[in-house]
Design a protein around this ligand. Sequence first.
Ligand SMILES: [Zn+2]
Ligand SMILES: [Zn+2]
Length: 508
Amino acid sequence: MLRVEANRRDFLRWLATAGAGLAAAGVAPAVFAQEAAAAGTGVVVVTGATLIDGTDGPSRPDSAVVLVGDRIAWVGPAADVPSCGSARVIDGRGRYLVPGLWDMHAHGIDYEDLWPPLFLANGVTGIREMQGYDENRVTRDKIARGELLGPRVVLASAILDGPVSLLGPPVTKVADAAQARAAVRTAVAQRSDFVKVYFYLPEDAFAAIADECRRHGLPFAGHWPYRLRVLDAAKAGQRSFEHLFGLPIATSSRRDEFLARLDATPFDPKAPRDFFNLARELDRQAAQAYDPAAAAQHFAGLNAYGSRLSPTFTVNRVISRPADAYAHDPRLKYVSQDIRDLWADRLPLFTPVTATQAAQQEAYFEAQLRLVGEAHRAGVGILGGTDCQNPYVFPGFSLHDELGWLVEAGLSPRRALQSVTRDAAAFLGRAHTAGTIAPGKDADLVLLDADPLADIGAVRRVDTVVTAGRVLGRAALDRLLADAEAAASRPVTAANARSVRLPVHGCC
Ligand SMILES: [Zn+2]
Ligand SMILES: [Zn+2]
């Protein structure tokens, strides 16, 4: 390999002229060179790694990626990069470079001393935060301004639900179309990236949300609104359906029977969980009556409307097992006592108790894996998300678990990885800045010690994370983990108590 020593000016000139890809990305190479000059020491070369760029293209051994400031400036063979004394060089030989990961269903970024470091230490450089409220809007802005180290945050509105709800504050309850429209306008004013819809929305309120979102160009996503058929919600514009609620029923030979039963059941303000529990149980039973014809129709509908499934296997797995199954998870050391207490308190609301129930839930979880495999083979878009902050779902770590479940469900390791990189970015409308490794895109990268396309478990073997151009080597990542652990072990007092806010639908 010919390594040409270049001085900084030569290097930047090379970068400007070599950066043909920049023009394709809509960035003038000369502008990039100016940025590079302004970035001072902010030129980083990751060299020698096998590049897995997030596309369908082959892995490219011995590649180099040049970063300028917070963006990717150049991608190509390592042999083509002149060495420049002033650039920071990261030796990627023997390693695998992938795009930064997105957790597409997360909560609690406002636990600033715990969650942001855990995300980054695990290669999660972006999250879709599924419930907006004052505290996490503040944290989103701090991260965006560079005042707090953390993943990029795509933030939901407040959860919009009907007047009967499983949720307490800060849910926004809307009873009619006028309130629904007002809630969407509030979401716009709060700079929400999307509107989150929930189980018990009345039909007219849901329609008004869809219409008001369309007027404002705001996407909406969330749970199956029980008063609508899933495909009607998809047709109205719902972009994603979380946790697989409603999927077993929609793909079952008992679909019409079960939907009629739900239609005839009111939401009981005195016992709001009853309807949820019934729907969940009917979903479980429906999973035993999978009907390929009903499924084909349902999947075709989701594809026609462009709606994605966000299975959140990680949280579904937790609630499918007895409540004590996770009590000794070693990752609990990163979770403060107040949150752990809440987890232990809430989890039994969902988990099986008797041996029969446990066996039923185990079979149901297996059925969910099969269903997502069928949906994927039918071309339905899948998003990788965890629902972290719910009991025993750990920021960062659990996204690695989720990727394992997606492969278990039948996605190839490449497709699983794309569900948290390329496809996630496309879903979020960020394909031009995120999701793949290409010139002009955000410098969010993860360097792994092993090949995730050979074994998706390699995503756990994080060597280096680059977040918005900032390089966190193994030692820095270990410090983040140690800091989070120290923060989690601090005694919780009245003075430092955080407002512990489970997404408290109790589940997701
Ligand atoms: Zn949810
Ligand atoms: Zn959630």
